[in-house]
Design a protein around this ligand. Structure first.
Ligand code: MG
Length: 198
């Protein structure tokens, strides 16, 4: 059951995200930054698998800042004794296998900046949902957004116009995209924002 999967994307956001990926998946690779346990990966994968699309799922699987022990979104069942942190890869892989998406989803277990060196343009779809620190969010935006082809879709999660609702960096990179001449707003659902690469 997808609702049992650990993750922070809500059902309405997930539906909009997957639909957007399906619109462009036949034109090129889809990439997601920040797969965690695979919830969004499965939603996108289910949409694009029948289309012959491919999703590169980028995550180092050591968890974002907020997933670490003692932090707000720490899940003790993902604790990794070897590192003292977390490891979400086993859970991710199990979930992708169970969802029968291993012919559609390509796990790229690496930091976003390293992964960006081997995934070449042009991309049809990029979903940024990685670390929420300013450095992590801007790194993801700076390295991945330019890889999108014209007409490709950039999706950003956890965009909160009101600072009381959440951290600023995803909102800031969304604003940066809007302020650039590379993107225009395409749609939104709760904290999910979609932009079209011009
Ligand atoms: Mg998120």
């Amino acid at each position: 059951m997808l609702s049992d999967l650990r993750g922070f994307l809500d059902d309405d956001e997930g539906a909009v995200l997957a639909h957007a990926a399906g619109l462009v998946a036949t034109r090129g690779l889809c990439v997601e930054i920040g797969s965690y346990c695979g919830k969004s990966t499965i939603l996108i994968g289910r949409e694009i698998q029948p289309l012959g699309g491919l999703l590169v799922a980028v995550d180092h699987h050591y968890g974002s800042e907020e997933n670490q022990p003692g932090e707000q979104y720490h899940d003790p069942t993902l604790a990794d004794a070897a590192t003292g942190g977390i490891d979400s890869f086993s859970e991710f892989r199990h979930n992708i296998r169970t969802a029968e998406l291993e012919d559609c989803v390509i796990p790229l277990v690496a930091p976003s900046a390293l992964a960006a060196q081997i995934v070449t343009s042009p991309l049809a779809f990029v979903f940024i949902d990685g670390g929420h620190s300013r450095l992590a969010a801007y790194t993801d935006y700076r390295l991945w957004a330019p890889k999108l082809m014209s007409g490709g879709i950039l999706a950003i999660h956890d965009v909160f116009p009101d600072p009381r609702d959440g951290g600023r960096p995803p909102y800031e990179i969304y604003q940066s995209a809007l302020a650039s001449d590379l993107f225009e707003a395409r749609g939104h659902e709760k904290s999910l924002r979609l932009l079209t690469r011009l």
